[in-house]
Design a protein around this ligand. Structure first.
Ligand code: MN
Length: 128
């Protein structure tokens, strides 16, 4: 497990944001936050996080579109993205793949499982 990895959490729901942020901090991650897709993109570019946790249901540009934009931007397209989907919607797996997410997790978040997915991507190392 990569300690002190820097995680960008993009989440518009304050309660979800606080809970997940607290749990990540406890595990030793550095956490940066954004409340919508536009702020998310800006912070990916400015902060170069090691991994992005992307809520799919965001006001304005949703998490799928935001991920597509990350994948279309040369300087940041290598950064792993895990989508956080609100429901176990049929088709989320395909959608996540289609827009270029590395993985996805459904809410309510199973934190140990999310950590496994995060650590698997973080230990993969940078591939530009
Ligand atoms: Mn949301």
């Amino acid at each position: 497990m990569e300690l002190n990895a820097r995680i960008l959490l993009v989440e518009d729901n304050e309660a979800n944001m606080d809970m997940l942020k607290r749990r990540l901090l406890k595990k030793g991650f550095e956490v940066i936050t954004a409340v919508d897709g536009e702020e998310g993109i800006k912070k990916v570019e400015a902060e170069s996080p090691d991994l992005v946790l992307m809520d799919v249901g965001l006001p304005g540009m949703d998490g799928w579109e935001t991920t597509e934009l990350i994948r279309a931007t040369d300087s940041i397209k290598h950064i792993p993205v895990i989508a956080l989907t609100a429901h176990a919607m049929a088709g989320d797996r395909e959608k996540a793949k289609e827009v270029g997410c590395d993985d996805y997790e459904t809410k309510p978040i199973d934190f140990p499982r999310l950590l496994e997915k995060m650590n698997s991507l973080l230990s993969r190392g940078p591939e530009k």
